[in-house]
Design a protein around this ligand. Structure first.
Ligand code: AMP
Ligand code: DBH
Length: 563
């Protein structure tokens, strides 16, 4: 160990993910964990597929292409450049970039430098970014100047004020203001000889973020061995090989388009990744036609939008072989519409950033593809479906989904309270999902046990939003629930009891937005109530309260419709 490493280890909480020894031996013997690491496989692909296109970005008419050799070289420049700025292997870097090639070159650059990316979504704002930076103990932040109408430099300044430990801010693209306030990604340089040796395959490669059901997002440490297994095995299941062209339409930082099988799977296979600047048909369809895209992953509302647009578009979508849909439940009728509108294979994907990913297989029959959310990747994914007391329920009965396996985490980073809640003493992750298991191990998602809103695949913690509402002086109490929504699947609704000067709904929404949160977390709807309508206030749990409010609201709504 070098002196530098000692220094880092002394200053930062270690990143760890530990499986019991006998399972480590088992996962290795089974060939799941092969000792591959991110930098090592990228180096190998740069040699094997040198001139082949790895990444295509930018809108039609203004595209950038990077070959595998160029990606490796860019990653080396960025990695060495960051070390030259004073960063040391093991330090954590919050990455907040849109679907541009720099997202991939930066992440690969961090891998080459032994730096640990902590991923954020473009929609996140200061409250979330500061939380990730603190929890991860990040010392750097990589973002845009202006992107999609938002000035990320204001966010960078706010972050530096709130979390002074973030000493380095790197801006991709035009830094814009010509001063030395930030480091420009494009001019980073360093000596590639400074790049460290390849990491231990069982060390943590990056921090993914959870949607979070209680309070703020948690950080998910994923190791090289476990994550590479998940996308390498996904490639087989999703039919990704070196001839594939994989489109990232959802945010590239999301676990689904990153690893199921995602752009990392595509890089591992020697395939081409096409980054769509937007998730709608307008941005994606011309790119599919031009690049002959073969596979794309979407959330249900987008899949329906695409299916409808596909029947009318002048663009040639005939290259598309597989549309994957996941992140939220695709109900059977919607699945049918996707199949008939897209004219390609549908693959349902039920996954989580914590690990377990289920797929319907490409050769599964219609019944399975339309009616289930698939079965696990690995023969060694252990799945339990249990009742409220932890006892296994028979197939076909709804229960809580617990899981452990060769690519499911054993604990969150730096969060003892969440770990005590979310993992059993024998290492199962409590997914919070309610499922039924069918013969053959296929899972059908029935709902969930925890209070989060799954808004078109974006998870929102009820508790987190209630806390922000309660901070408003005119809010006496608030309960946030999910309401079924024709387009989004679920939308968020805040029931609010006011005190003093009564605010308008729009003011409360602006208040939440003003708290520096991702826009998708602002309640879609606010309903003012006089009281929470229970005689046992204080005696019932927040969960029961939310459930009661939701039921009453929905039954009032259906009475209104009937009358
Ligand atoms: P996260 O922990 O933020 O990565 O979100 C994962 C959660 O998204 C899962 O635990 C499910 O609640 C939900 N989810 C993902 N895919 C599906 C799907 N195909 N059907 C239903 N829910 C899904
Ligand atoms: O929702 C998710 O988190 C998700 C969905 C599909 C996921 O993490 C995945 C596939 O890997």
């Amino acid at each position: 160990m070098t002196d530098q490493n000692v220094q880092i280890d002394a200053g930062l909480l270690p990143l760890r993910q530990v499986w019991p020894d006998e399972l480590v031996a088992r996962y290795r013997a089974a060939g799941y964990w092969r000792g591959e690491t991110m930098p090592a496989f990228l180096r190998d692909r740069a040699q094997r597929f040198a001139d082949k296109t790895a990444v295509v970005g930018g809108a039609v008419g203004n595209e950038t292409r990077l070959s595998y050799a160029q990606l490796w070289q860019e990653a080396g420049r960025i990695g060495a450049g960051l070390l030259a700025q004073g960063l040391r292997p093991g330090e954590r870097v919050v990455v907040q970039l849109a679907n541009v090639p720099a997202f991939i070159t930066v992440v690969c650059g961090l891998f080459r430098a032994g730096l640990i990316p902590a991923y954020a979504l473009p929609a996140h704002r200061i409250t979330e970014i500061a939380h990730f930076a603190r929890k991860a103990q990040a010392s750097a932040y990589v973002t845009h100047a202006l992107q999609d109408g938002f000035d990320y430099r204001t966010l960078a300044r706010a972050l530096r004020d709130e979390v002074p430990a973030v000493k380095h801010v790197v801006i991709a693209g035009e830094a814009g203001d010509g001063n030395e306030e930030f480091i420009a990604l494009d001019v980073l340089t360093g000596d590639e000889a400074s790049l460290p040796a390849d990491p231990d395959p069982q060390s943590v490669a990056f921090l993914q973020i959870s949607g979070g059901s209680t309070g703020l997002s948690k950080l998910i440490p994923r190791t090289h061995d476990d994550y590479i297994y998940s996308f390498r095995a996904s490639n087989d299941i999703c039919g990704i090989d070196e001839h594939s062209v994989y489109m990232v339409a959802l945010p590239a930082a999301h676990n689904f388009p990153m690893s199921s099988s995602g752009w990392l799977g595509a890089l591992h296979a020697g395939a081409t990744t096409v980054l769509s600047p937007g998730a709608g048909p307008d941005a994606a369809f011309p790119l599919i036609a031009r690049e002959r895209v073969t596979c794309v992953g979407l959330v249900p509302p987008l899949a329906l939008l695409w299916s409808d647009a596909a029947t009318k578009t002048p663009h040639d979508l005939s290259s598309l072989q597989v549309m994957q849909v996941g992140g939220a439940k695709l109900v059977p009728e919607a699945a049918r519409r996707v199949v008939s509108g897209m004219g390609c294979k549908l693959q349902q994907v039920f996954g989580m950033a914590e690990g377990l990913v289920n797929y319907t297989r490409l050769d599964d029959g219609e019944d399975i593809v339309l009616n289930t959310q698939g079965r696990p990747i690995s023969p060694d994914d252990e799945v339990l479906v249990v009742d409220d007391h932890g006892n296994p329920v028979p197939d076909g009965t709804t229960g809580h989904l617990l899981t452990r396996g060769p690519y499911t985490i054993r604990g969150y980073h730096n969060d003892d309270a969440a770990n005590a809640r979310s993992f059993t003493s024998d290492g199962y992750y409590r997914t919070g999902d309610m499922v039924q298991r069918r013969p053959g191990g296929y899972l059908v998602v029935q709902g969930r046990a925890t209070d989060h809103i799954n808004r078109a695949g974006e998870k929102i913690s009820a508790e987190e939003i209630e806390d922000h509402l309660l901070a408003h002086p005119a809010v006496f109490d608030a309960a946030v629930v999910s309401i079924p929504d024709d387009y989004l699947g679920e939308r968020s609704c805040a029931f609010v009891i006011t005190q003093g000067d009564v605010p308008r709904a729009a003011q409360l929404k602006a208040w939440v937005r003003g708290r520096g949160l991702a826009a998708f977390k602002v309640p879609d709807q606010i309903v003012f109530v006089d009281a929470f309508g229970t005689t046992a206030v204080g005696k019932i749990s927040r969960r029961e309260l939310r459930a009661q409010l939701r039921e009453k609201y929905l039954s009032d709504l259906s009475e209104q419709k009937d009358s």
